[in-house]
Design a protein around this ligand. Structure first.
Ligand code: CAO
Length: 545
């Protein structure tokens, strides 16, 4: 028996993909095609199958890790000679699955025009690779529902991946042609959508075979092993999470709300957890004031108030943007899970402002709008190098502290769709003008809705500046897994006591607030940190020391 490495195969353009399940442990006997790990992008979950049979020797990833193509997953003592290195490195199935999913995203996007006011358009199954007669495991909408573009309409499942077909446009569901348990292939009509405005929608062009040629490469991929989805729930497991059988959107819901899935009864076909299961579980738990999350004892909260606002006057109900839904769930978790403490300090930026005013035109020539924010990023980066504890995170199990040797600073950006936090990398090594240039590019991308996942990953600390808007102070919520966030308010002239003259002088003071995770940062250290940031801003020379 020889120990062989099993690595992440080609998963398309995705990098740092979430490992949401690890299905094996050291000592497990596995067969070829057994799922080793489950990966999840924002549109699909996919299993990486074992390329050969053997005994798992070592597992190199864990739930919550992020992986990219070529990363080592496990080592296996392979049985027999049949297992070749080639197979070990590149089982091709996930590639085919992911490509199919990418196409499900692309195809509806081509149907840009909404259906006419009162007119309808047929929504068809887009290119899903070579798969035919794919199981519909979930129909996410009902007749009469108002849907928004990109909202999942149905969930399909092959033997290796689940994928959602998103709505190509805003509209109202007029007629549904499929049902849960049915099977579909590319081009089959899913539903008809009644548009909310615009001109008559063209036929679903992007879904015609001429415009969506079958991916030739996928023909090279070995046919997925005949392994019916039923096997997923056939094997009982002590860990209910590890066997979660649900669509990507339901998995996401479970994770966003940090639910204990072992307590939720799955009512879907073959034991699949449906969105309704999760919703009714949360509703029941809230009504009974019970805990719904997996991370702690009951908070004993009252259920949320349910109010018919229309009884009190005219109202208009609008769906929350996707970003608001995602960030809302994250903020709620961070607020409940992180024991916050808050610190306040005013930075005297009188000299900084004089310097900034003097350099503004020069910066503009270099294409940089020199606001106070690049200076704040630089001051924070310096402080993070001085206070490594603030530049750290708790490990996922809460047992270790991860100290970061890099300094990547996130800046909260207000966008039409909600708050986003792009990250300026290696801010400690960059000049203020370089930081300004990075910042401008990221703000533009954020407001154009073009930030990539990579632009928002890896932050060590966040700055939330409302200085351009106003406010005299606020307490931002720590952006987990970071352990601190700086809130910046509008600088104002204030009388400051001058010990040397015994009188008051007018100085430009910028209010700073620091929120920290008290599990990691003690009060004294947090105080020193915010005082240091204020000192660097008050005297830029301090940054050089
Ligand atoms: N005090 C006084 N003036 C300030 C200031 C401060 N603290 N910060 C910025 N300004 C000034 C700028 O200099 C600029 O004026 P000039 O054009 O005369 O130089 C003006 O305010 C507008 O700045 P801006 O907001 O366009 O740009 P910015 O670099 O200051 O901020 C960004 C960029 C992305 C941080 C900001 O636009 C933004 O989106 N902030 C919102 C953050 C947010 O919503 N946080 C959530 C709070 S809860 O966590």
């Amino acid at each position: 028996m020889a120990a062989k490495e099993v690595k992440v195969p080609d998963i398309g353009d995705y990098k740092n993909v979430d490992v949401i399940e690890v299905n094996v442990k050291p000592g497990d006997s596995i067969q070829a095609e057994d799922p080793i790990v489950t990966l999840e992008t924002d549109k699909a979950t996919m299993e990486v199958p074992a390329p050969f049979a053997g005994v798992v020797k070592d597992v190199k990833v864990k739930e919550g890790s992020k992986v990219s193509e070529g990363d080592l997953l496990i080592t296996v003592e392979a049985e027999g000679e049949a297992a070749t290195e080639d197979k070990a490195e590149a089982p091709a199935e996930p590639k085919a699955e992911e490509k199919a999913v990418e196409k499900t995203e692309e195809a509806p996007k081509a149907e840009k025009k909404p259906a006419a006011s009162g007119g309808t358009q047929e929504v068809k199954v887009p290119d899903i690779g070579d798969y035919k007669n794919v199981d519909i495991i979930e129909v996410n909408v009902s007749v009469g529902d108002t849907v928004t573009k990109e909202q999942p309409l149905i969930t399909l499942e092959t033997d290796k991946a689940t994928m959602e077909v998103p709505s190509p446009a805003d509209g109202k569901v007029k007629d549904i042609k499929v049902k849960e348990g049915g099977k579909v292939s590319q081009g089959d009509v899913i539903l008809t959508l009644e548009g909310s405005g615009g001109t008559e929608a063209p036929a679903a062009k992007a879904e015609t075979p001429e415009e969506q040629p079958a991916a030739a490469k996928e023909e090279k991929a070995p046919a997925p092993a005949e392994k019916p989805a039923e096997q997923k729930e056939a094997a009982p497991s002590a860990d209910a999470d590890a066997d979660l059988y649900a669509s990507p959107s339901v998995r996401r819901l479970v994770r966003e709300f940090d639910l204990d899935v072992s307590k939720i009864t799955a009512s879907g076909r073959k034991g699949r957890l449906t969105k309704e299961d999760v919703q009714s579980y949360v509703k029941n738990a809230m009504q009974s004031g019970g805990a719904v999350t997996s991370g702690g004892a009951s908070l004993g909260l009252l259920p949320d108030p349910i109010v018919d606002f229309a009884k009190f006057g005219e109202v208009e109900t609008q769906p929350l943007s996707r970003i608001k839904k995602i960030s809302g769930a994250n903020l709620a978790r961070n607020w409940v899970r992180v024991p916050h403490i808050f610190f306040f300090e005013d930075a005297d930026i009188t000299d900084l402002e004089a310097f900034r005013a003097a350099k503004k035109q020069e910066a503009e020539k270099a294409g940089v709008k020199l606001t106070p924010v690049p200076f704040l990023v630089k001051a924070v980066a310096k402080a993070l190098t001085k206070f490594p504890n603030v530049n750290s995170s708790l490990s996922a199990d809460g047992q270790n502290q991860v100290l970061k040797k890099y300094v990547h600073v996130g800046v909260a950006v207000d966008t039409p769709n909600g708050l986003m936090v792009p990250v300026i990398r290696d801010a400690d090594k960059k000049s203020i003008l370089e930081i300004g240039a990075d910042l401008m590019a990221l703000i533009q991308k954020a407001r154009d809705g073009k930030l990539s996942g990579a632009d928002m990953q890896g932050g060590c600390f966040t700055i939330s500046s409302l200085g351009g808007i106003g406010t005299t102070g606020f307490t931002p919520i720590v952006n987990m897994p970071e352990v601190a966030i700086l809130g910046v308010s509008k600088a104002a002239m204030k009388p400051v006591y001058d010990e040397s003259t015994g009188g008051f002088v007018a100085r430009l003071m910028m209010p700073l607030s620091l929120s920290v995770d008290h599990r990691v940062v003690d009060g004294a250290e947090a105080g020193q940190f915010i005082v240091a940031v204020a000192k660097y801003l008050s005297d830029l020379k301090e940054i050089l020391l």
